[in-house]
Design a protein around this ligand. Structure first.
Ligand code: SAM
Length: 283
């Protein structure tokens, strides 16, 4: 083993990654960006020392953040991705042939440029004419859009105490997302792991903030081995369609993780997660 990267999540919890090589690193105007070669999970993108996505398990996350909301919507044509600078989510959204345009809004053009160079398996989506790259703060962009999108996907960095993504988890932001969606629109955000003392209040708080604006709020959980605990949540806020009652199927779509059975099963939450949601938020 050449050396290690320690991914610190709290004073009491870190993850250690055995690394073969640090392929690239850069301090951008917004964050510290690295591409590393890990022993276990292959090439990976790291932002501010938090692992974002690895070649070995990126498809678990990218398929489930894209296909669950897109199969829930009756006819998604205009999709907005906030973040997603590695391109993996856009790659999955493009599999939905009815989608006419994907606006991908990332604050940091360096993430896109570096992923184009070092993670072509993910950034291949940027070559598709349906993908429209917009370099700006997702918070400001969403405030400026009204009644425009069928599906919005928040694929940002985690809600660390500092960094450009903090506001992407605020009530004001979720209210702006509501306004930028069409009357039957829906959105999804990844909402951290419900397993740790330092993250379960994130999950509970996000769910309640979303539920304050959307008539239908549902959380789903999958396993993403390279994310803390491997137990990772997403939360959908929907103006009309129910991810469990209204979802469509397309058996011709090529996926490696998503299935229509898993679409249903991932919404079955363990009791402790249900109780996190039903507990009155302490905010
Ligand atoms: N898939 C990864 C995950 O699950 O954590 C994250 C995907 S991507 C690498 C995260 C992106 O969010 C980065 O490219 C970062 O630049 C972007 N981002 C962070 N804050 C943002 C903001 N306020 N507006 C737009 N993009 C933002």
């Amino acid at each position: 083993m050449a050396f290690y990267m320690v991914e610190k999540h709290s004073p009491a919890y870190s993850v250690t990654w055995g690394i073969k090589d640090i392929i690239y690193t850069e301090k951008t105007p917004y964050q510290k960006l690295s591409i590393i070669e890990t022993e276990e999970f292959g090439r990976a993108l790291v932002i501010d020392n938090i692992l974002q996505t690895t070649i070995n398990d990126e498809f678990y996350y990218h398929e489930m953040i894209a296909h669950v909301p897109l199969f829930t919507h009756a006819n998604p044509r205009r999709v907005l991705i906030i973040g997603g600078g590695d391109g993996g989510t856009a790659r999955e959204v493009l599999k939905h042939r009815g989608v006419e345009q994907i606006d991908l809004v990332d604050i940091d053009e360096r993430v896109i440029a570096v992923c184009k160079k070092f993670l072509p398996e993910l950034s291949c989506s940027f070559d598709n004419p349906k993908v429209n790259l917009i370099i700006t703060d997702g918070v400001k962009y969403v405030q400026s859009q009204k009644n425009k999108y069928d599906v919005v996907i928040i694929d940002s960095t985690d809600p660390e105490p500092v960094g450009p993504a903090v506001e992407l988890y605020s009530s004001n932001f979720y209210q702006s997302v509501y306004r930028c969606l069409k009357d039957d629109g829906l959105f999804v955000a990844h909402t951290d792991s419900p397993c740790f003392s330092f993250s379960k209040h994130f999950f509970r708080g996000f769910w309640h903030r979303i539920n304050a604006y959307f008539p239908l709020t549902k959380a789903y959980i999958i396993c993403v081995p390279s994310y803390i605990s491997g137990y990772w949540s997403f939360t959908i806020g929907s103006k009309r369609y129910d991810p469990l009652q209204d979802y469509r199927q397309d058996s011709s779509m090529k996926t490696r993780f998503y299935t229509s059975e898993l679409h249903k099963a991932c919404f079955v939450l363990p009791r402790f997660v249900q109780e996190l949601i039903t507990e009155k938020t302490k905010e």
